[in-house]
Design a protein around this ligand. Structure first.
Ligand code: GDP
Length: 298
């Protein structure tokens, strides 16, 4: 991910090398190149517009620095602004003070929710927590089994629908799972929910109903970083339909253009909290805006 963007930015900066001082025309030229590079990487138009405006404003107002040449100065400004659009600080999970912390997952089918439930389970265990995964995705025929498989791989308990505990009704399954977690003293409950291939009113309603029933501490919107320009509509639809407290980017290992990663925070105002970088359970970590900016500019 970001290979092309990385090359394009490097070539934009290269034109500034050896310049003693940047004229307004130099700044305009580099800003134009950065703009095209971001748009070609599928970053949302509104995000690019604001980003470029800040880069230009800061580059024009930059003091002549003793320690940085003009090219380095522009790179520093771009780095700072990338960190800003990626959210600034790392946002950590807010654990409940009393009783189990409930983390609900929402997103389109194929975004990587079920895989993420396993990854998050393993990660939480490594943080010293005792998580339980709840299989409330009853839409996809294999989703429950798939969650049981990843749960087993991660060594994490999975609560799956049984006859009599709400088979066919994801809201009841989620509620029963939470009750079971309380009874068995698990301190974090991860609720996997159904997605559809596209945005759909019934799906949103189901996710909203589950949310209302389990009153989660965190709702994580899971988004495939490869979906390109569709990221904006999808994120906005989930924000309106379910609302969420944080974002998880998946498939950051892909070779698509990665614009979703750079747009979703600004579009939704919600922090990116985790990133998935592969199919293995360990291909997962907390999201660090500064490290991601560093990778893009490396
Ligand atoms: P769900 O429908 O949202 O539950 O999505 P799944 O968890 O079933 O994931 C859909 C597909 O994406 C599966 O084949 C996963 O192995 C794959 N997948 C999930 N996360 C990642 C990731 O970070 N990188 C890659 N390359 N594949 C992923």
């Amino acid at each position: 991910m970001f290979d092309t963007l990385q090359d394009r930015l490097q070539s934009a900066f290269k034109n500034l090398r050896g310049k003693g001082r940047l004229s307004e025309a130099d700044i305009d030229a580099v800003a134009r190149e950065i703009r095209v590079a971001l748009l070609d990487a599928d970053v949302a138009v509104s995000v690019v517009r604001d980003f470029i405006a800040r880069i230009k404003e800061r580059a024009l107002g930059a003091e002549v620095s003793q320690s940085l040449n003009p090219a380095q100065q522009v790179i520093k400004i771009v780095n700072d602004e990338l960190i800003q659009i990626l959210g600034g600080e790392t946002r950590r999970i807010r654990y409940a003070k009393n009783g189990p912390t409930v983390i609900m997952l929402a997103g389109l089918q194929g975004a990587g929710k079920t895989t993420l439930a396993g990854k998050l389970g393993l990660w939480l265990k490594e943080q010293g927590k005792s998580p339980m995964l709840v299989a409330a995705d009853l839409q996809r025929p294999n989703a429950v089994t798939q969650l049981q498989v990843v749960g087993e791989q991660a060594g994490v308990t999975v609560y799956a629908p049984q006859p009599g505990n709400g088979v066919g009704d994801p809201v009841q399954v989620a509620t029963a799972g939470l009750a079971e977690a309380r009874r068995t003293l698990h301190d974090v409950v991860v609720v996997d929910t159904a997605g559809r291939l596209g945005i759909d009113a019934e799906l949103m309603q189901q996710a909203a109903d589950i949310r209302a029933a389990v009153d989660p501490d965190e709702v994580l919107f899971v988004i495939d970083a490869m979906i390109g320009q569709d990221a904006v509509v999808t994120a906005e639809a989930f924000l309106e339909g379910v609302d969420f407290t944080g974002v998880v980017l998946t498939k950051l290992d892909g070779d698509a253009r990665g614009g979703a990663a750079l747009s979703v925070r600004s579009i939704t105002g919600r922090p990116i909290m985790f990133a998935s970088t592969g199919e293995k359970l360990t291909d997962f970590d907390a999201f660090h805006p500064d490290r991601m900016a560093g990778r893009i500019l490396d």
